[in-house]
Ligand binder design. Sequence first.
Ligand SMILES: Cc1cc2nc3c(=O)[nH]c(=O)nc-3n(C[C@H](O)[C@H](O)[C@H](O)COP(=O)(O)O)c2cc1C
Length: 450
Amino acid sequence: MSTPPRRLHLNAFLMTPGHHDAAWRHPDSQPHRATDVTYFQQLAQTAERGKLDSIFFADGLAVWGRLRSNVSGGLEPLTLLAAIAAVTSRVGLIATASTTFNEPFHLARKFASLDHISGGRAGWNIVTSGSVNEANNFNLEEHIEHRVRYERAAEFLEVATRLWDSWGDDAVVLDKASGVYADPERVREIGHAGPFFQVRGPLNVQRSPQGWPLLVQAGSSEDGKEFAARHAEAVFTAQQTLDDALEFAGDVRARAAAHGRAGLPLILPGIVPVIGATEAEARALEDQLTELQVIDYGLGQLSAMLDVDLAGYPLDGQLPEHILPTEDQVNGNKSRFTLVADLARRERLTIRQIIARLGGGRGHRVVAGTPEQIADALETWFRAGAADGFNIMPPILPTGLDAFVDHVVPELQRRGLFRTEYTGTTLREHYGLPRPAAQFSEPVLASASR
Ligand SMILES: Cc1cc2nc3c(=O)[nH]c(=O)nc-3n(C[C@H](O)[C@H](O)[C@H](O)COP(=O)(O)O)c2cc1C
């Protein structure tokens, strides 16, 4: 029997106006629809038309400094995805949720619910929340230390997975004749007691179609990569060059193999495809977006990424090296800091040039060209082993997703690199990942709850 060809996985990362920080000012974008559920339902239907594996919403638990010059705020991802589930049938639905500012019982319950509502299409982008503005909304003046956030995340995930496993697949007997709804032997307490959480369980949601949602993660620091290697089934990441992407993928895969998880996690670098009928058309769109950038906004974003205040430094001068911290000193998003600092050094960019370069995708790789050129860019990284698929970040929505689905997907299909039909119904099936079996090593229900 011949092995099926290795195919790439595609996730659509959706943000109201698109990923370019000036997208909301472009005539094609629809920033007025930030809280319009039908807008996102239509985007999801487009992704499904393109047979994409999944769609994904990022999330943060604060509004910080972006209000004036970009779309800010919007719908909570799990709620939104439940509404999207109702008008789609195949595309996977990945929501971001924080392990720092939630309790595991809450999130285990919500993701199990979304998995039921969607017929097995839920995925969780596990984040530890990098910003002090988020801490300020949860009773804290200072942010929790990076390392401690990851320790909490590991215990959080352990509790959540045990809660999902607390109902056996066959726990619900539903025998009207004998009066038995569920078999108490098949629903277990988890009896968890750890440094961060004490949770008795079981969960108050029956076991869901996938058992667990797909576990996605995006940390790239040492702690982040270690977490991904131990727990993630798919990883979102930002890399500018093929060499960096190969190094990252090799590192995470080797760590995962050391934990007995060979073949995991799937690595999905982000790419911002600026698509034109000709290369000149794509470049013109890129230039048009750069022209529309609000420099103060870009400067604020760059300052946040580099953890320094760049206000007052000459825009046409190079980045003032002497004021930059080291990655060790950054308590927020460590890996993005390093990516941006390296980019500026490697290409000797001025502050204004860095702002232009980051406008497209906040540090993600931007490729402008024809559908064939975009397909080439994806194929090269895929064949080189730097990616198992991609996180597609259209610069403008909805037009950028339409262009990708209508022109790049068919090109990838022609090359045999992407599915022409869904072969499964669950998100795990799209990504070729198994459904976890429920573990039953814990005490049965306390008699009081029988
Ligand atoms: C594609 C992508 C999407 C992300 N989405 C979110 C998000 O929605 N919310 C969030 O708090 N962090 C998000 N992050 C940040 C990561 O979760 C992580 O904190 C970051 O990559 C820094 O990780 P590190 O601290 O291990 O370096 C995202 C990162 C990437 C690459």
